[in-house]
Design a protein around this ligand. Structure first.
Ligand code: ARG
Length: 398
């Protein structure tokens, strides 16, 4: 039997041409795999048919939206995951779920390799290949654009020569990756980091400068996961989809940063992630209410490490999995309600309550009824500052 390669297929020009290129260069039969992570746009059946028309021996479509939300977005939310404190890991989270399906399908069909359409300059190639290596170490990874030097110009010529059914829409100047957690926009005029983003770039968010009246939403969390919006039960996917609309309407979650890629390049990135940014703000505040002080503080450090590992393609690594265990344990008490106001590009928490709250009104109040014995503070501070005092005395004596 001819060897097979399973290609992560998006339906776009590069991966469509990649089907023929892979076959020509390797002799392997190409199986196209399209994974729906909520990128929207084209009908998945059209994408499937295009893969077959472009020469795939088989084309498989997987609806992974709930799986993506449950197994990837919720862990990211529990981790308040932001790379460089700003980027909610939109693309970094989708690669491990796509890779999981690549590895599964490759094994099921007895393929010896997988392929993806990444260039050699970005993070996504690392994420696909590191994930596949961790899940199915026997598989080889091939990247036709990178390894077979398939440029966009060559791809267009190849598509014309072979009569491939690719609609060459007016050339989109941007490189865009999107899923239900957000949208990443790069290249084009954004490559000059001094150029401001234009309104045209955005799809998930409205212009926050021309916003209407504020909306209020109450998000109920159960063990770190959103389970109701305004009292109506939701699945994780529904929570994300509905908040994308609600927070997106108010321009929440626009991000413009220069980012440190794993391959050493600094790149200018524009993101929009309305649900992600609103949910992270809400979840973090609920943790402030329900986690012990030192757990909360230590977790913030773990979150930064977790985010870096995921950004750098190590979703399935030992360290990341161990950090998940810690994070999951912290979430047992993270249940309750967060009320937010959405307006003018901001999602602001205005109220919080929890059956697991550590907030004690009688301790916190400055009114009568205060149960905090202030006389204890004096001795506490003496002992607390003792190391500083002793070292200061030593330094002064020298
Ligand atoms: N810089 C972001 C990341 O590394 C976004 C990558 C977007 N990918 C793309 N093919 N346009 O996660």
């Amino acid at each position: 039997m001819t060897e097979r390669v399973v290609l992560a297929y998006s339906g776009g020009l590069d991966t469509s041409v990649g089907i023929g290129w892979l076959k020509d260069a390797t002799g392997k039969d190409v199986v196209a795999l399209a994974v729906d992570v909520g990128q929207g746009g084209e009908d998945m059946d059209d994408i499937r048919q295009r893969a077959l028309d472009c020469g795939a021996v088989e084309a498989i479509v997987v609806d992974a939206k709930d799986e993506f939300a449950n197994d990837f977005l919720m862990p990211a939310l529990k981790a308040n995951a932001l790379y460089q404190k700003r980027y909610p890991l939109v693309s970094a989270l989708s690669r491990p779920v796509i890779a999981r399906h690549l590895a599964r399908v490759a094994r099921e069909l007895g393929a010896d390799s997988v392929a993806h359409g990444c260039t050699g300059k970005g993070n996504d190639q690392v994420r696909f290949e590191a994930a596949v290596a961790a899940l199915a170490p026997e598989l080889k990874s091939i990247a036709p654009i990178r390894d077979l030097a398939l440029t966009r110009d060559k791809a267009i010529i190849y598509a014309e020569e072979h009569g491939l059914p690719i609609k060459q829409s007016k050339k989109n100047p941007y490189s865009i990756d999107k899923n239900v957690w957000g949208r990443a926009v790069e290249t084009g005029f954004l490559e000059d980091p001094w150029n401001a983003p234009i309104e045209d770039l955005y799809e998930y968010t409205q212009d926050p400068d021309h916003d209407g009246p504020a909306d209020e939403v109450t998000i109920t969390f159960t063990a770190g996961i959103p389970t109701a919006l305004d009292g109506v039960p939701v699945t994780p996917l529904q929570a994300v989809e509905q908040l994308n609309i609600l927070a997106g309407k108010h321009g929440v979650g626009r991000i413009d940063i220069v980012e440190d890629r794993l391959v050493g390049i600094k790149s200018r990135e524009v993101y929009e992630a309305p649900a992600a940014m609103a949910l992270i703000a809400a979840h973090e505040e609920l943790e402030n209410l329900t986690l012990e002080r030192d757990v909360n503080r230590f977790k913030r450090g773990v979150e930064a490490e977790w985010s870096t590992l995921v950004y750098e393609g190590l979703w399935y690594s030992g360290l990341k999995r161990s950090l998940d265990v810690f994070i999951d344990h912290t979430q047992e008490m993270v249940s309750g309600d967060i009320r937010m106001t959405l307006q003018g590009g901001r999602a602001v928490v205005t109220g919080r309550k929890s059956p697991k709250s550590l907030y004690d009104f009688d301790l916190a109040t400055y009114d009568t009824g205060d149960t905090f014995d202030q006389s204890m503070a004096k001795g506490f501070i003496e002992i607390w500052s003792l190391p500083s005092k002793i070292s200061a005395q030593r330094d002064l004596a020298q």
